[in-house]
Ligand binder design. Structure first.
Ligand code: 2NM
Length: 340
């Protein structure tokens, strides 16, 4: 058989074996048989030296074409198998895992949970109520006179309902009203939740914020019991060395009413940037439940007394974490949220 015929028969062999290659292993066998230095194609190149001169050009051309074909097919199949290796080949279980970032509770929720836990340990149970309230539960039952400025369209978000009595609650006090409607004393509850006020948005106020309000009603409840309970809260939340003071204030639903300050937990009362040099932080409003609120809810004010308080969560969280603009709590900027 002359060289040209041998080359043609090698082409047939190569062509038919290429059709049967179905794995990377088979492709490697193909390479070792035909494409390496001691393979069939190189053997033909060497044999080309011994053929008569006149046969060389044609045989050479034939051989080059076969080599190009075999190498091209090898490259094509190699790429195919490289890209679709079995799952086992592609999965390297020794690589370090990808870090799955997990979310966490918002700073407002964290603060609310922490305060709730402290009062729960003091014997308070948690109550919730609707955010869309009616005028009676949000204002009237709480002794707000009909012309009180908070009832004005300017300060409260009213719902555009046919009766015109629904609104977004401006505090969580309507939850306390609903508890007093359905439950006889003793009552000892806190109401954490979201509230709404139609205020100009600024660094200090936002149209949405959160409160925890508390209510205790029983026979013989006194202002000193209020003071002891809220002092215990302040020591747990702001530190055991905390001291509190009460200043007279006014709310329609309490009499007497007070604001409670705690010694600044940053400077310990010496005066610093956070407490604006006063040594005190204003942290909540409180008071003895007004007798009219009790009688509105069929609780006999001659037999029962009660105290109530309200804590603003945003303000508390901002003081604790040194945040100076309330709006960043509502922008959902991960660069901010991840810090807490
Ligand atoms: C405050 C301050 C003082 C309060 C009163 C009542 C209720 F329902 F018993 F009348 N709930 N919450 C209250 C009292 C809230 O927030 C600054």
């Amino acid at each position: 058989m002359n060289l040209r015929d041998r080359i043609l028969s090698l082409r047939e062999e190569i062509q038919s074996s290429i059709g049967g290659i179905t794995s990377a292993e088979m492709l490697e066998e193909f390479r070792l048989k035909h494409l390496v230095r001691k393979g069939t194609l190189q053997a033909m190149v060497e044999a080309l030296r011994d053929v008569p001169v006149e046969e060389k050009p044609l045989a050479g051309k034939e051989l080059n074409s076969l080599k190009a074909f075999a190498e091209g097919e090898y490259k094509r199949l190699k790429e195919t198998f490289d890209n679709q290796g079995t799952a086992e080949e592609l999965l390297d279980t020794t690589l370090p895992g990808r870090n799955a970032e997990s979310g966490h509770l918002h700073i407002i929720t964290q603060t609310m949970d922490e305060i709730t836990r402290i009062f729960a340990a003091l014997g308070f149970t948690v109550e919730e109520g609707p955010e869309i309230e009616d005028d009676y539960h949000n204002f009237e039952a709480l002794n707000f006179p009909p012309d009180h400025p908070a009832r004005d369209m300017q300060d409260t978000f009213h719902i555009n309902d046919p009766v015109g009595k629904y609104l977004l609650r401006t505090h969580t006090s309507p939850v306390q009203v609903r508890v007093m409607e359905r439950q006889k004393p003793p009552i000892r509850i806190i109401a954490p939740g979201r509230v709404y006020r139609n205020e100009a948005i600024s660094a200090r106020s936002y149209c949405i914020f959160h409160q925890i309000e508390g209510l205790v009603v029983d026979e013989g409840v006194t202002f000193s019991e209020l003071q002891g309970t809220l002092l215990s809260f302040a020591k747990q939340f702001y530190g055991a060395k905390s001291v509190v003071r009460f200043r007279p204030s006014f709310f329609p639903f309490t009499e007497p009413s007070a604001e409670m300050d705690v010694t600044c937990y940053i400077c310990g009362g010496k005066g610093c940037r956070i407490c604006k040099g006063t040594g005190w932080l204003e942290i909540l409003g409180c008071g003895m439940v007004h007798p009219k609120v009790l009688s509105n809810l069929n609780i006999d004010p001659e037999k029962y007394t009660g105290y109530a308080f309200g804590i603003g969560i945003e303000r508390t969280a901002m003081l604790k974490y040194g945040i100076d603009d309330i709006r960043i709590l509502y922008e959902n900027d991960l660069r901010v949220l991840k810090q807490f």
